[in-house]
Unconditional design. Structure first.
Length: 282
């Protein structure tokens, strides 16, 4: 996947989202401990970590599904408090979860407009404007390069990659400022995964939507992401640019051990090497 036409984020690119010192416990289980992340305008941030590291909890706090025990969320320069997912969506934060929330028995275009259907008046009756939704869905999918035989088809006839693409398209149709993708490549084959990666790369190329991407395949991280946050045992162990880090270095951190000290030591080694590399370039 070509990186040549991807505009580089400038050092002065504004921060669109900050989650500061977020902590969350569920009874005796500590899910997050003083986690802080930053997301710049148009940036694609990879959030990686083992199962149980706290990734899903963090994005559920961002999307208004959970409330943090402590910490703050600053969005577009203002501190915000999301009481529900509807609050987050109203502010321009859309999340695509692994289950996609598509209805198999409905058509593709009906799924595109769930909760925001277009209507028309016929003899005083309020009816769905199916023609308008069908035309808008087809035009929009085409503009994103998503190849669907017919928007009249029901979702259950689509491949995994097509379903994922429709779910992403539905989220960005509302022009979000921040898009969170929770394991968008899970259970997809190589061909289908490449299609979804291409869609993310197109969004990255436009630099109009900031994306948090949760993914386990580290090779894919370096294909479409600008920066990596490695979450371990509820804490951010590494925050590094993909241009200054390699897949081998990331894997070394992940394999360095389950203890926080081992993770921290490996992360410090990588950050030191990237710092020296940057100095040499200057």
């Amino acid at each position: 996947m070509s990186q040549k036409d991807i505009p580089v984020l400038k050092p002065d690119t504004p921060v669109i989202l900050e989650m500061n010192r977020i902590s969350k416990t569920f009874g005796a289980v500590t899910a997050l401990v003083d986690v802080s992340i930053k997301l710049h305008q148009g940036e694609v941030l990879a959030l990686v970590g083992d199962n149980g590291a706290g990734k899903s909890t963090l994005i559920k706090i961002l999307s208004g599904f959970h409330h943090p025990d402590s910490g703050t969320i600053v969005y577009q320069g203002k501190e915000v408090h999301f009481r529900s997912p509807r609050d987050a969506r109203a502010q321009g934060i859309e999340t695509v979860y692994q289950d996609l929330a598509l209805i198999n028995d409905l058509s593709i275009y009906h799924n595109m407009f769930i909760g925001r259907e277009y209507h028309k008046r016929v003899l005083g009756l309020k009816l769905l404007d199916n023609r308008k939704m069908r035309d808008l869905a087809q035009t929009y999918l085409n503009s994103l390069g998503i190849q669907i035989p017919s928007v009249n088809s029901t979702v259950d006839l689509l491949s995994g990659g097509q379903r994922q693409s429709v779910a992403v398209a539905r989220s960005i149709y509302s022009s979000p400022t921040v898009l969170v993708l929770d394991e968008p490549l899970a259970a997809l084959g190589v061909r289908e995964g490449a299609h979804v990666l291409g869609l993310i790369q197109n969004l990255r190329r436009q630099r109009s939507v900031s994306i948090i991407l949760i993914v386990h395949n580290y090779n894919q991280v370096f294909e479409v992401c600008d920066r990596i946050n490695f979450l371990h045992s509820g804490e951010i162990a590494l925050d590094a640019s993909t241009s200054d880090t390699s897949e081998e270095q990331l894997i070394r951190i992940v394999k360095s051990g389950l203890g926080r000290q081992a993770i921290a030591a490996a992360a410090a080694e990588v950050e030191a090497s990237t710092g020296s590399t940057s100095t040499n370039r200057l």
